[in-house]
Ligand binder design. Sequence first.
Ligand SMILES: Nc1ncnc2c1ncn2[C@@H]1O[C@H](COP(=O)(O)OP(=O)(O)OP(=O)(O)O)[C@@H](O)[C@H]1O
Length: 255
Amino acid sequence: MANEIILETESLSKHWGGIKALDDISLQFQDKHLHGVVGPNGAGKSTLLNMLCGTLKPTSGCIFHKGDQIEGMKPWEFVHRGIGRSFQKTNIYVDVTCLENCAIAAQRRFTGSFNLFASRHSNKLVREGAEKALCQVGLENRVHTVAAEISYGEQRQLELAMVLATDPCILLLDEPMAGMGHEESQRIIELMNQLKQTYSIVLVEHDMDAIFELSDQLTVLDNGTHLITGTVDEVRNDTRVKEAYLGKEKEEEAA
Ligand SMILES: Nc1ncnc2c1ncn2[C@@H]1O[C@H](COP(=O)(O)OP(=O)(O)OP(=O)(O)O)[C@@H](O)[C@H]1O
């Protein structure tokens, strides 16, 4: 359904002692939309993703998935609900094949609820899910290649395949283009454009050209606070956003 709110935060906060990594953040993420999240270093972007995938518990506030309150649930329950997360740093096992990497990720779907009689069936599902995910990201020729032997760009694609192998509906992606050259980034942008037809995507990315090109909605965080959510044009023309970015550049120049 168009414009369906699939994930929502209400006054979400994470404080570490006196540090307000995120403070009072209320956001709505729509189905089959790409929602970009940007902000200067330390703005709270990774903290937000960590709470949205259940690995970090909020200090206060709520998270709703399809109307259900979920912030107190276990991380595997988030996976079962179809909330998948990739990481800033490459998180793959370099000594095993691309297929095995995806199979390990896909098995997360079957953890948390033990069923003795489901194991043969689930093995087949795991393998099928792993192969499908590799095809989705364009790594069908690398299925049996050991991950250490593929390029850095392909490793980032593999990382995405590992999220897709968990059979998600929501993809939480933390800088999937980090460290990539222009050509490799273009490949990921094309992939994102395809994926957002099927999935709801929350994308944290420092590559502003990419995020402007891809985002249906864009949120800017600064120093743990919510500056603005809007269309790319609304955000680009917002004076608070310009100040947040230009202010940081001035601090860096002075350092
Ligand atoms: N485990 C922690 N303990 C204490 N402070 C933390 C912890 N994790 C994050 N922080 C602090 O919370 C703030 C937000 O960090 P976060 O990593 O979410 O920012 P970010 O926007 O993802 O930054 P970057 O773009 O550099 O990755 C920072 O001030 C950071 O130092």
